[in-house]
Design a protein around this ligand. Structure first.
Ligand code: 26V
Length: 817
């Protein structure tokens, strides 16, 4: 026990003050809030490192099979509060800081978000890390340490502006740089045949070398001694100096050329919509993949002298196809560097990888031009051809010369503009398992996206419905609700066994419990009210119904449908008599989310939200009955304030377009009712919570293709046409700018079927109002939402992956002391 840092208030205080003096070189009696935050963070980090070291040591001793979660994105958010809670040292830090004259709550806000992700996919990866640590799995996360994270969004006069997120500006106390853990990464060059020990081998030679340096980020579990690792790679110039360029005399130019290596890990691509064949993005993917696979092999070889055990020691999960070059990279290293035969290397590789698909949008499927791959990764292109050749020969053995089938399933797609590598097909062939992220989505993978592969290998297809961590998204961000829940469930065990929430059902109609439940929601709404005023200048009443839609701006997510219903509500208020207005339920509609910088339509949608808000919020006839605000720069930290305050949240994508959705789970856990379509995980939420406790509307995914094919003949409801005309006619100004938005949903366009779903959506919204008038009923539904959300813990998701895909088990080191 002695060797561990102590966690009593005095020791904590001393450690903070020491960091002020010795780490930050400031006066130990005089430091500002930011310095106090930093010192506290360094002090917490010391404790994380202890737990991290012991965990890694224990894993090394036990040598269990490990899982490696590879992802181009991790949307972590802030770490201070999360670490304090998970290490169970929050009270001591609160008190230590208070005695020093600082408030933990204030300091927490000094931390910059680690926003190394776009949205759902990156946040899911972060929730998974939390669940893997909490459940003591021998797991590692691997990704890129981007210097610029997701851009910061400001909105001026309704127009989005993007600002660079140079998040490392003031240092990052949560990471540990490992200058000695680095690997060479090659690009370009060519392939040479060499004879080694009488065998002909292919060697990738020439080209450019850079190095990947490791930065470790400790991930503590909740209420466990386990702390796992997220290893992020940063690109640095390689240490080997390219003598040639130095000898030509231009020393400075040669240095500058080396410096450019760093650009590879410099920026996160902020577009999660359309795949673009950008060379830098390809290099980022390969950079992450190569460093990671080299690191995994190095670790494996510490206690093995052949690769026979590799598949029993290593499981690699690919978060979408973004890291799927890991497949040819492992083959290359096994064959070219470690001398395995092609057959042996393939046998091993095909047992290691599994991949998750996260989207049904065909535009987002990655297809790299063969030309580009040949140039950047010549040896990998050869290997991909070989994988494809083997795949097609096996196929012809089974199915005969079915050329149409070969064409549909081939890893190589032939187009008039040249050949493309279909990364999803590469992943499908190279992985033992592929999964979707919600039941309906996994069905679509089999029936619509990859029917041939399903027919060929049905056993490869699985479903793993997403989840979120109830630690960050309920226990820590909604502490009052956590305490109320714990008081009824006899303690806080539900924080690791979320199914226990079912027991809240008993209290769903208990008036006293309801009153407490509502009081907490009101307090959370007041906090959000402050945030809204701070960020938008708009004052909203905490007594209105808080109706929220926060997510990336995408046409398929249909923020536009939401705006149309706000306009409809506005029109109704304007037409109502004062008596009728008294009967209406006041609403605050909040919309937030980033538009990809090149996504013109999404930016116009933001403009429309702001233009309608401008009109509605300043109309004296409306008053508190309706407010529409656009919250700028939606991110993990603002979500932590928004989610606990929401009463209604919108998940209204066209059925069959949202793979899963995960914010719906966070909202439901926090007692927020859902208005939504039968899409993604809404379907399973409805199974758990009960449709009668949600507001479900709209076409289902089976109807969508039919409705879509008939939409040119569909006559929109007159109300819908009226709203389009209102916008076109300048009722919210900016008519010319907003016309393309109208064109997209009108006159036979309307790919996402807003007009089809409009009336049913309005009906559901009217039902929301009616229900809200009966606060007892509303609160019952709210409690039932929380009670029914147990399934949507990422703990459950991770247990399923561990058992059904990875074949790994918990490995918990004994409690210290
Ligand atoms: C796609 C692309 C396309 C190429 C350019 C860069 C880039 C970056 C990210 C992505 C990922 C988009 C996929 C995604 O985020 N899907 C979301 O995944 C969530 C977690 O499974 C799921 O809940 C959402 O429904 C799904 O949209």
């Amino acid at each position: 026990m002695d060797r561990y840092l102590r966690n009593d208030v005095m020791s904590v205080q001393e450690s903070i003050v020491n960091h002020v003096e010795y780490t930050m070189a400031r006066n130990r009696y005089q430091f500002d809030d930011f310095e106090a935050y930093n010192a506290a963070a360094f002090s917490v980090r010391d404790r994380l490192i202890e737990s991290w070291n012991d965990t890694q040591q224990y894993f090394r001793e036990k040598s269990p099979k490990r899982v490696y979660y590879m992802s181009m994105e991790f949307l972590m958010g802030r770490s201070l509060l999360n670490s304090l809670y998970n290490l169970d040292i929050k009270p001591q830090y609160t008190e230590a800081l208070r005695q020093l004259g600082y408030e933990l709550e204030t300091l927490v806000d000094k931390e910059r978000d680690a926003a190394l992700g776009n949205g759902g996919l990156g946040r899911l990866a972060s929730c998974f890390l939390d669940s893997m640590a909490t459940q003591d799995l021998p797991a590692w996360g691997y990704g890129i340490r981007y210097q610029y994270g997701m851009f910061r969004q400001t909105v001026n006069d309704g127009f989005q502006h993007e600002h660079p997120d140079y998040w490392l500006n003031f240092g990052n106390p949560w990471e540990i740089e490992r200058p000695y853990i680095s690997y060479p990464i090659k690009f370009y060059g060519g392939v040479e045949k060499q004879i080694i020990d009488g065998h002909e081998v292919n060697k990738w030679v020439g080209g450019e070398d850079i190095s990947a340096v490791a930065y470790d980020n400790p991930i503590p579990g909740w209420n466990t001694p386990t702390t796992i690792n997220l290893r992020l790679w940063s690109a640095k110039p390689s240490r080997e100096f390219d003598l040639e360029s130095f000898n030509t005399g231009d020393y400075v130019q040669a240095i500058l050329a080396k410096q450019r290596a760093e650009t590879i890990s410099s920026v996160l691509y902020p577009d999660d919509r359309t795949y673009q064949g950008k060379e830098l993005r390809l290099k980022q993917q390969y950079f992450m993949v190569s460093a990671t696979i080299q690191d995994i092999i190095r670790r494996y070889l510490v206690n093995h002298d052949s690769f026979d055990e590799f598949p029993n020691q290593v499981a690699v999960q690919l978060n979408d196809t973004h890291p799927s070059l890991a497949i040819p990279e492992l083959l290359r290293l096994l064959i070219d560097e470690h001398g395995l035969s092609d057959t042996k290397a393939w046998e091993i590789t095909s047992k290691v990888f599994s991949f998750t698909n996260h989207t049904v949008l065909v535009d987002a499927l990655e297809k790299w031009p063969v030309d580009l791959l040949e140039k950047v990764l010549p040896r990998h292109m050869q290997i991909i051809y070989e994988i494809n050749w083997k795949f097609i020969s096996d196929l012809s053995q089974k199915r005969g010369e079915d050329f149409a089938l070969f064409g549909r399933t081939s890893i190589i797609e032939e187009t008039t503009e040249g050949k493309l590598v279909r990364m999803a097909h590469l992943a499908m062939v190279g992985c033992h398992t592929v999964n979707g992220v919600a039941e309906v989505h996994s069905e679509l993978l089999k029936t619509r996206m990859f029917p041939d592969f399903y027919e060929l290998a049905p056993e490869k297809f699985q479903n793993k419905t997403n989840g979120v961590t109830q630690r960050r998204w309920l226990a820590f961000s909604n502490p009052a609700l956590r305490d109320l829940i714990s008081s009824k469930l006899g303690g806080d065990s539900w924080i690791r066994e979320l199914d226990m929430l079912h027991d809240l059902d008993k209290y769903a109609e208990d008036p006293e419990f309801q009153a407490q439940w509502r009081a907490i929601k009101l307090e959370n709404k007041k906090k959000l009210t402050k945030l809204i005023e701070e960020k938008t200048g708009t004052v909203v009443s905490p007594n209105a119904l808080f109706d929220i839609q926060v997510k990336r701006i995408h046409e398929y997510k249909r923020q536009l449908l939401n705006v149309f219903s706000v306009i409809h509500r506005y029109n109704k208020i304007k037409a109502a008599t004062p008596e009728e207005r008294k009967e209406m339920v006041p609403r605050v509609v909040v919309i937030g989310g980033k538009a990809a910088p090149g996504y013109d339509m999404a930016k116009r949608i933001i403009k429309l939200v702001c233009a309608v808000g401008e009109k509605v919020n300043n109309d004296p006839d409306v008053g508190d009955l309706l407010k529409l605000v656009f919250i700028p720069d939606y991110n993990v930290s603002s979500a932590e304030v928004i989610v606990p305050a929401a009463e209604l949240s919108q998940h209204i994508s066209t059925a069959g377009t949202e793979a899963s959705g995960t914010s719906n789970m966070k909202f439901a856990m926090n007692g927020c009712l859902i208005i939504g379509t039968m899409d993604g995980s809404n379907v399973e939420i409805a199974e758990e919570i009960g449709k009668r406790n949600m507001f479900i509307f709209g076409a289902n995914s089976a109807d969508v293709p039919i409705l879509r094919s008939e939409r040119a003949r569909f006559k929109p409801p007159p109300e819908f046409d009226g709203i389009v005309e209102q916008i076109r006619g300048g009722a919210f100004d900016w008519a010319d700018f907003l016309n393309p938005v109208c064109d997209a949903v009108h006159g036979g366009a309307d790919y996402y079927l807003l007009a089809n779903d409009f009336e049913d959506y309005i009906r559901a919204q009217d039902l929301v109002d009616e229900t809200y008038k009966d606060q007892a009923k509303w609160t019952t539904m709210s409690i039932k939402s929380t009670a029914g959300s147990g399934k949507f813990s990422s703990d459950r998701t991770i247990r399923e992956y561990a058992k059904d895909i990875w074949g790994i088990e918990p490995c918990r080191r004994p409690e210290p002391g």
